[in-house]
Ligand binder design. Structure first.
Ligand SMILES: Cc1ncc(COP(=O)(O)O)c(C=O)c1O
Length: 465
C-alpha cells in the first residue's frame, strides 16, 4: 500500500496508481457487462434520488466505499445510454479512450483557452477542428471551437449570425427554421436576445423536410412588413425523424437573399465520413456555420459539441473582448486563441477527447462504424415493414427511422412501452399528426446486428402478445 500523503488533496504518484487500480477494476466490470445491463432501469428512481441528498461532508471517506456507492447504488438506476440497446433520443456511447484522454487532460491540467499557455495542446485541438472543417468541405479560412454540446454550438452560431448580418439594434431580425428543428435553435435565438415571435417555424413536406416554397414566401412577407430576415437554420438530421432539409435549395435562397445559413448537423454531421452520408448532406459545404456533436456521431462521452464557421474571423468578431490582464491575442494564422472564438475563457482540454481515439483507431474505424449504423437502420426498417399492422412514418435518410401501429395511437404507445419493458432495447417516441410515432435511432458504436435482432424479436413479441 502506498504511503498516505499528509495533505489529502496532494496525492503521490503511487497513491494515484492505487486509486486508479480500484477505479479500473470497477470500470472493467462495467465494460465487460455493458451488453448485459438493462437498457433502462428506472424503478425506484425518486426514492433513490431522495436517499442520496446529503449535507456538505466535513470529513473524507474511502475511495473504495465511494466507488461502491457509485457503482452499486447510484449508477444502475438510469437509462443505459452507453449500452448497445440504447436506440432512444440520439445515442452516442462513451468511447473509453476518450475518457482516458479526459483523465490525462484533467491531471496535467494544461490551459487551452489561450495559445501561449499550451501551444502543443492548442495545436492538437486546432487539428481536430481542421479535420472537421475539411470533412464538411469548408474552405481553408474556416475555423471553430469545441463546445460542451450542440446547444451551445447553435447558440454561438446564432450570436455570430446576428453580429454579421444585423445592426446593433437587432430586434427586427427574423430567423427561419423548420417545425422539426431541435428546440435548442429556439433557445439559442431566445438567449441571443430575440423575442420568441422572431423565430419562424417553416412547415414540413411529406418527408419532414423544410418546405422551401414556404420559406421564400415567409421571407418575402417579413421583408414587406419591415422586418429583417437574417438567418436560416437548416437541419442535417432532425432529432424527431432524421430528416435532412434540402440544403442546396436553402443555400441558394440564403446566397440570393444575403441570409446566414447555419446547418444544425448535431445528429447527422459525422455521417459525412461515409459516402452515403456525404450524398445525403450534399450542400453542407455552402453553410456559413455548422453544428456538429462529437458526443453523438463520434461516440464520445457527453460534453463535446463543435461549432464550425466558414470564416474564422467572423467567430472572432462576435466573441473577442480584450482585457489588460490577459496577453495580447495571437495574430499568426496558425495560433488560435480559443477564448477569442467562443464564450468560454477557462475550460477543459477537450480536443484530446477526440484526438486520442482518432489517432489510436484512425478515421477508418469511425467510418466503418457509421456505415454499419446506416446498414442496421436500413435492415431494421425492413423488419418493421414486414409486419402488416405497422406503418413506416419516416424512412431512414441516415440511421433514424420512425413507425407506428396503423391508425391506432393507443396500440403504438402500448407497443413502445412493451418493448421497453423487456429492457433489451430502449426506444422513444415523437408526436406526429394523428398521435405518436416510435423512433429508432441507431448510433452507438456498441450497437451491432445482434442487438438489432433483440429489437426485431421484442417488436414481434410485443406486437403479437
Ligand atoms: C439536431 C440536434 N441539434 C441540437 C441538439 C442539442 O445538442 P446537445 O444535447 O449536445 O446540446 C441535439 C440533441 O439531441 C440534436 O439532435
Amino acid at each position: 500500500m502506498a504511503k498516505r500523503s499528509p495533505l489529502p488533496l496532494e496525492i503521490s504518484g503511487a497513491e494515484l496508481k492505487e486509486s486508479l487500480a480500484l477505479v479500473a477494476q470497477r470500470l472493467g466490470v462495467f465494460l465487460d457487462t455493458v451488453d448485459a445491463q438493462p437498457a433502462s432501469q428506472t424503478d425506484g428512481a425518486a426514492r433513490l434520488a431522495r436517499a442520496l441528498a446529503e449535507p456538505l461532508p466535513e470529513r473524507g471517506s474511502s475511495l473504495r466505499n465511494l466507488l461502491r456507492i457509485l457503482f452499486e447504488q447510484v449508477m444502475p438506476t438510469a437509462l443505459h445510454t452507453s449500452g448497445p440497446g440504447y436506440l432512444g433520443y440520439v445515442p452516442g456511447g462513451g468511447l473509453p479512450m476518450s475518457a482516458v484522454a479526459d483523465l490525462i487532460a484533467g491531471i496535467t491540467n494544461r490551459y487551452v483557452g489561450l495559445w501561449m499557455a499550451a501551444p502543443g495542446l492548442v495545436a492538437l485541438e486546432t487539428n481536430v477542428i481542421r479535420w472537421f472543417c475539411a470533412m464538411a468541405g469548408l474552405p481553408e479560412r474556416a475555423g471553430g471551437v469545441l463546445t460542451s454540446g450542440g446547444s451551445i454550438a447553435n447558440l454561438i452560431a446564432v450570436v455570430t449570425a446576428r453580429r454579421e448580418r444585423l445592426p446593433v439594434n437587432f430586434l427586427s431580425g427574423t430567423l427561419y427554421t423548420s417545425a422539426h428543428a431541435h428546440h435548442s435553435v429556439r433557445k439559442a435565438a431566445m438567449l441571443a436576445g430575440f423575442p420568441a415571435e422572431n423565430v419562424r417555424e417553416i412547415a414540413l413536406d411529406a418527408q419532414f423536410r423544410m418546405r422551401t416554397d414556404l420559406l421564400l414566401e415567409r421571407i418575402a412577407a417579413d421583408r414587406a412588413a419591415g422586418l429583417t430576415p437574417f438567418c436560416v437554420v437548416a437541419s442535417a438530421g432532425t432529432t424527431a425523424m432524421g430528416a435532412v432539409d434540402p440544403l442546396p435549395a436553402i443555400a441558394a435562397i440564403c446566397e440570393a437573399q444575403g441570409l446566414w445559413l447555419h446547418v444544425d448537423a448535431a445528429y447527422g454531421g459525422f455521417f459525412l465520413l461515409t459516402e452515403r452520408g456525404s450524398n445525403a448532406l450534399a450542400g453542407i459545404d455552402r453553410a456559413d456555420s455548422i453544428t456538429l456533436d462529437p458526443h453523438k456521431g463520434l461516440f464520445l462521452p457527453y460534453g463535446t459539441g463543435c461549432i464550425l464557421v466558414r470564416e474564422k474571423e467572423r467567430l472572432q468578431r462576435a466573441h473577442s473582448v480584450s482585457a489588460d490582464y490577459l496577453p495580447p491575442p495571437q495574430t499568426a494564422e496558425d495560433r488560435w486563441d480559443f477564448a477569442e472564438m467562443g464564450p468560454e475563457l477557462s475550460r477543459d482540454a477537450r480536443g484530446l477527447r477526440i484526438w486520442l481515439p482518432m489517432k489510436l483507431a484512425g478515421a477508418g474505424a469511425f467510418r466503418a462504424q457509421l456505415d454499419e449504423k446506416l446498414d442496421l437502420a436500413r435492415a431494421a426498417v425492413e423488419v418493421v415493414r414486414s409486419h402488416a399492422r405497422l406503418e413506416v412514418v419516416a424512412e431512414p435518410t441516415l440511421s433514424l427511422f420512425a413507425f407506428r401501429v396503423r391508425g391506432d395511437e393507443a396500440a403504438t404507445r402500448a407497443l413502445m412501452s412493451a418493448i421497453n419493458q423487456r429492457q433489451r432495447v430502449f426506444l422513444t417516441g415523437v408526436p406526429v399528426e394523428g398521435g405518436l410515432a416510435i423512433r429508432v435511432c441507431v448510433l452507438s458504436f456498441r450497437t451491432h446486428a445482434a442487438h438489432m435482432k433483440h429489437f426485431a424479436e421484442d417488436l414481434e413479441a410485443a406486437l403479437y402478445r
